[in-house]
Design a protein around this ligand. Structure first.
Ligand SMILES: *[C@@H]1O[C@H](CO)[C@@H](O)[C@H](O)[C@H]1NC(C)=O
Ligand SMILES: *[C@@H]1O[C@H](CO)[C@@H](O)[C@H](O)[C@H]1NC(C)=O
Ligand SMILES: *[C@@H]1O[C@H](CO)[C@@H](O)[C@H](O)[C@H]1NC(C)=O
Length: 332
């Protein structure tokens, strides 16, 4: 994340929402949004956040959970994506481990793998609070972005970047896995839509209660919300680093990209799930402030990552996900 650090150095002062790390909570075939109650769900996920995570999640998650792997101690939300695997020419699969997004600002180092989460009010450098007050999600709210069955047109905001050995990100962002080995790993970004219909905590496809006004990649200001989805919400973004460094040497020159998602789809099928779980009005308090830039502010509580890392759950679905596997979990 060199480019971001450089950006922060030249833009001062900056006021732009929250950015914080969440360590890995579980790697498991569960999906309480898309396949509630199904144990196991169809493909493997990489999950961070609160310990209320389970096959079925109803009601006020923030009131039920007792710990979180996220730096913001009042955030019991769960955030997850599919998992990246290396597909060996011999037909075996190996899970690609995660690294935290680096560098983490404000003393937040110490995350173990996981996802870095953003809630931005406007764009990366301003909150625009006067023009554009954002409302926050309500207990029970959930949404997804992207679709594992998408094999066609890439979706804006769902992107891949190649990391150099020193962690620098390649530009422009790509709509599929990078075509060459990335020494520092593969960086994926999932931007969620920011306009809500104001009524539904979910919808049959887990997407139509939200509307995306974004037409270009990166952290950009969302355009005005349409009358069908009039409520401006925070723009939620996940950043994930897949550490390919120990697997790249198995990618022989001339062979196609060996990295696949856990549903064995193409890069266009990348997707992510969000289950709101902030305690009480903690997220609204943060979104109402300018000074919560990046690592939080006085109105919300931060915990040391050493504490966050102690939060764990017992996996409901137990199957082998480590080492060389003859097939992707659930795909045999
Ligand atoms: C998940 O749900 C099952 C079945 O209701 C329950 O036994 C288990 O304790 C739950 N796990 C967590 C982490 O809440
Ligand atoms: C494929 O290659 C890996 C790495 O060398 C090895 O560990 C695994 O057993 C191989 N799988 C098969 C089916 O030969
Ligand atoms: C956030 O700001 C809105 C608009 O000014 C206000 O109505 C609301 O009470 C505030 N909420 C919190 C939790 O500060």
């Amino acid at each position: 994340m060199k480019s971001l650090t450089a950006l922060l150095a030249i833009i001062a002062p900056v006021y732009a929402g929250l950015r914080f790390p969440c360590s890995e909570l579980s790697v498991q075939r569960l999906d309480p949004v898309v396949e509630p109650g199904k144990t196991p769900s169809s493909h493997l996920h990489h999950i961070v956040g609160g310990n209320a995570f389970n096959a079925t999640m109803l009601g006020d998650v923030g009131a039920r959970a007792t710990c979180t792997t996220c730096q913001m101690a009042e955030d019991f939300s769960n955030y997850w994506t599919a998992h990246v695997f290396f597909k060996h020419p011999n037909g075996s699969y190996h899970r690609v481990p995660n690294l935290p997004v680096s560098p983490l600002l404000g003393g937040s180092n110490g995350a173990v793998g996981g996802i870095t989460v953003y809630y931005t009010q406007h764009d990366l450098s301003t909150d625009n609070l006067k023009q554009n007050a954002v409302k926050t999600f309500q207990p029970g709210f959930r949404m997804t972005v992207g679709n594992p069955t998408n094999t066609g047109k890439p979706q804006v905001g769902l992107r891949y970047q190649c990391l150099s050995a020193s962690g620098g990100r390649s530009f422009p962002e790509l709509s599929d896995f990078p075509p060459q080995a990335c020494p520092g790993g593969i960086f994926t970004t999932h931007h969620f839509p920011a306009c809500w219909d104001g009524k539904n905590l979910d919808s049959p496809d887990h997407q139509s209660h939200m509307y995306n006004t974004i037409t270009s990649d990166g952290f950009v200001a969302a355009g005005p919300c349409p009358s069908s989805h009039p409520v401006r919400m925070p723009q939620v973004t996940f950043e994930t680093v897949w550490d390919t460094s120990k697997l790249n040497s198995l990618w022989k020159t001339g062979d196609p990209n060996p990295y696949v998602w856990s549903f064995e789809g193409t890069g266009a099928g990348t997707h992510a799930d969000y289950m709101f779980g902030w305690k009480g009005d903690a997220l609204q308090r943060a979104m109402n402030k300018s000074e919560c830039f990046y690592d939080g502010c006085g109105s919300i509580t931060k915990q040391p990552m050493a504490t966050a890392n102690q939060c764990s759950i017992q996996n409901t679905v137990t199957e082998k996900t480590e080492g060389w596997l003859p097939a992707l979990p659930g795909m045999a």
